[in-house]
Design a protein around this ligand. Structure first.
Ligand code: ATP
Ligand code: MG
Length: 421
């Protein structure tokens, strides 16, 4: 026998046992975003590498070491997408959409980063994210916070923390970069190799360092907050005022600069303490110069991405129950019950579109079919034995301890599930 083939490290199967929770999470999110006026958008998983290099920035972990990139025979360099914003922006520009007014979109799907796999960190992972193009003020930044805040409530997640910071305008950021470079140059001997490399290219990224030995130097670094331009300060203050008026608790984290180059002004991250160093569950910010940088007309942008694996891990860890729909196991036991069982299944599907119906296909005996019904975690068994078939009836047996088995006409069956559940 030849050796089994296995999946690639860091790229996981989603197995049937876990997929209910996964679909629940995706549905809650898509429904919520839709209710805030966002439209679904889908862009290819593969893009020209330039799309990502230009958007994300050359001196970032993602572009420097995490992208899956290869050369086509034509010489084009292509990459698997490491995140969703770059493709969205490319698509917006290509189809000229911002010209039609403010665009609110959400996307979801797999992203790829060549990182060291560990719990909550994978090489293929899934994000659901939103982007808004064409809206300038802090109101939309605040609406994103209000929307995510209500998302955690809907999912039943408590103890998530909102961290915010501001990166100012690109000009004040540039000025700040120089101030920061001077500061870090003065303590160059204490910097690690990564930071020394970043010193020239992008000293801001040193603040993002996860090296514990660097933390006190970072802690004492000059703050962008003290070097803001007036307009960015007003944007920031107004943003905070919205959060306070909407009772959304937050912490200011002046070290929060985000791993991608394209952000300005508002940046934020929702974190949890339950997932160790993979604590970021949702992250994003404003990127007012990105559309122009990618070749479009100047168009402000703001958005975020949520890591689905981390949300699912968190829900599993907290053991939160997801709502169970009506579920019925149909047992055609009489020899001639198969066609009837299909007709009944049709009626039930039409009457209860959200219900889960299992119409037995095992042809096992009654004991066997009850076993299967329990394994499927069905709430009810619908029995079609000889007596039921000859009287045009069904027997309904609750499987989770609610009530007695009863026999009713097929017409009354629908009523039973409407009222009896
Ligand atoms: P981290 O600091 O954990 O590396 P990041 O800043 O690189 O996160 P973003 O690029 O902002 O992450 O992506 C948004 C979200 O996507 C993260 O908050 C996280 O929930 C999720 N995410 C990012 N990288 C991974 C990964 N390799 N595996 C699983 N989820 C991820
Ligand atoms: Mg990362």
């Amino acid at each position: 026998m030849s050796k089994n083939i296995q999946a690639i490290r860091g790229m996981n199967d989603l197995l049937p046992a876990d997929s209910d929770l996964w679909l629940f999470v995706e549905k809650v999110m898509s429904d919520l975003f839709t209710s805030y006026g966002y439209k679904y958008i889908s862009t290819p998983i593969v893009e020209k590498s330039e799309t990502f290099c230009r958007a994300i920035g050359e001196a970032t972990d993602i572009v420097e070491k995490e992208m899956y990139t290869w050369k086509e025979q034509s010489g084009d360099s292509l990459s698997l997408r490491p995140e969703g914003t770059a493709g969205c922006v490319r698509s917006m520009i290509e189809h000229n959409l911002p010209r039609e007014g403010i665009q609110k979109v959400f996307y979801r799907g797999p992203m790829f980063r060549h990182e060291r796999p560990q719990k909550g960190r994978y090489r293929q992972f899934h994000q659901i994210g939103v982007e808004v193009f064409g809206a300038n003020g802090p109101k939309i930044d605040a609406e994103l916070m209000s929307m995510t805040n209500s998302l955690w409530h809907k999912l039943g997640l408590k103890d998530v923390t909102l961290n915010i910071n501001t990166l100012g305008s690109s000009e004040s950021r540039l000025k700040y970069k120089e101030i920061l470079r001077d500061y870090f140059l003065d303590c160059k001997d204490s910097l690690d190799a990564d930071s020394i490399r970043r010193l020239e290219k992008n000293p801001l990224r040193i603040l993002d360092s996860k090296n514990i030995e660097m933390q006190s130097i970072i802690e004492n670094a000059p703050k962008l907050m003290d070097n803001l331009d007036d307009e960015s300060r007003k944007h920031y203050n107004d943003f905070i005022n919205y959060l306070e008026c909407l009772n959304i608790p937050f912490q200011v984290d002046t070290k929060l600069v985000r791993g991608l180059d394209y952000y300005n002004r508002t940046v934020f991250e929702w974190t949890t303490n339950e997932l160790g160093s993979q604590g970021a569950i949702c992250a994003g910010g404003r990127y007012d110069s990105l559309v122009e940088l990618m070749g479009g007309k100047p168009t402000p942008g703001v958005g975020f991405a949520i890591g689905i694996e981390r949300i699912v891990l968190l829900l599993q860890k907290l053991d939160l129950l997801i709502p169970e729909p009506l579920s019925i196991y149909i047992m055609p036991l009489a020899d001639d019950a198969q066609i009837k069982s299909m007709q009944i299944a049709d009626d039930l599907h039409a009457a209860f579109p959200e219900a889960i119906l299992y119409n037995d296909i095992s042809h096992g005996n009654i004991k066997n079919q009850f076993k299967r019904a329990n394994k499927a975690n069905a709430g009810y068994a619908l029995i079609l034995g000889n007596d039921e078939i000859s009287n045009n009836q069904v027997s309904i047996k609750p499987l989770k301890g609610q009530g007695e088995q009863i026999t009713v006409s097929i017409e009354k069956m629908i009523n039973y599930f409407k009222e009896g559940v």
